[in-house]
Design a binder for this molecule. Structure first.
Ligand SMILES: Nc1ncnc2c1ncn2[C@@H]1O[C@H](COP(=O)(O)OP(=O)(O)OP(=O)(O)O)[C@@H](O)[C@H]1O
Ligand SMILES: [Mg+2]
Length: 247
């Protein structure tokens, strides 16, 4: 079943037409990878889906779980169960791991009362479940987030996102700047989150690592989709890989 359906959207930063006639769909329960070089439009695509502006979506339609969310504000989209972990991994540096998670919990409860009319389901993951996914965070619960390693900060950013009810988890370059061994730890966490039923849209520059865990892949170039298909198909398509991904 299709969970997210992006239909022929055009996205603009001012007059610059960055996302061009872009369509993609994400099936329930799958890991879908969105790949492409620097500036291809990956982050912009995630921002369009999350309702963040800019870019402005001037045509096309985005449907989530059968509902048209194209013109909804980002708070409403978040409440519907779409979480975005941005490239910058926004964690509160001066707060401990536990405090970061507690804050996410408070925000969730507040959202719960504010947007009850949107049929908010209080299904966010509990702190103890989160610590089970990320034992490393449990060990470091009283450490200030700013002193965590890059990989640990990535785990905390994902953990915060999971604290709110999440049906679709969008990760923007979770492997960026991480050593291979840490990539593996984050990768395992993503796999488990997926196996437990959360649908994932994974943006990565590290195409080889992303193809390994993805079911389906999209490749973007200058704001357009230039490849879509099963991960195995992309793995076997040397021409596309060399031309658009440099691998
Ligand atoms: N706020 C903005 N205003 C104007 N142009 C922007 C803005 N944000 C991004 N762009 C442009 O849109 C294009 C796509 O950028 P985007 O960040 O989506 O690429 P990306 O695929 O995520 O790249 P990277 O892998 O480097 O993160 C780039 O040419 C970028 O310069
Ligand atoms: Mg980006």
């Amino acid at each position: 079943m299709t969970l997210l359906d992006v239909e022929a959207i055009d996205g603009y930063y001012g007059e610059s037409h960055i996302i061009q006639d872009l369509s993609l769909s994400v099936d329930d329960g799958e890991i879908t990878a969105l790949l492409g070089r620097n500036g291809a439009g990956k982050t912009s695509t995630l921002r369009c889906i999350a309702g963040a502006t800019p870019p402005d979506v001037r045509s096309g339609r985005i449907q989530f779980d059968g509902t048209d969310i194209t013109d909804e504000p980002p708070e409403d989209i978040a409440v519907r169960g779409i979480s975005l972990v941005p490239e910058e991994r926004r964690v509160f540096s001066d707060l401990t791991v536990a405090e970061n998670l507690h804050l996410a919990d408070t925000v969730r409860n507040k959202a719960n009362t504010l947007w009850r009319d949107l049929n908010f389901r209080d299904e966010g993951m509990s702190t103890s479940d989160i610590y089970e996914y990320f034992p490393r965070l449990n060990e470091r619960r009283s450490q200030k987030a700013g002193t965590l390693s890059g990989g640990e900060q990535q785990m905390l950013a994902i953990a915060r996102a999971l604290h709110q009810s999440t049906d679709l988890l969008m990760l923007d370059e979770p492997y960026e700047g991480l050593a291979p061994q840490i990539i593996e730890a984050v990768e395992n966490a993503i796999r488990r989150i997926s196996e437990d039923g959360t649908t994932i849209l994974l943006v990565e520059q590290n195409a080889l690592a992303a193809m390994k865990i993805a079911d389906r892949c999209y490749v973007l170039d200058r704001g357009r989709v230039v490849f879509e298909g099963p991960a195995e198909e992309l793995q076997a398509d040397q021409e596309t890989r060399e031309k658009y991904l440099g691998v």
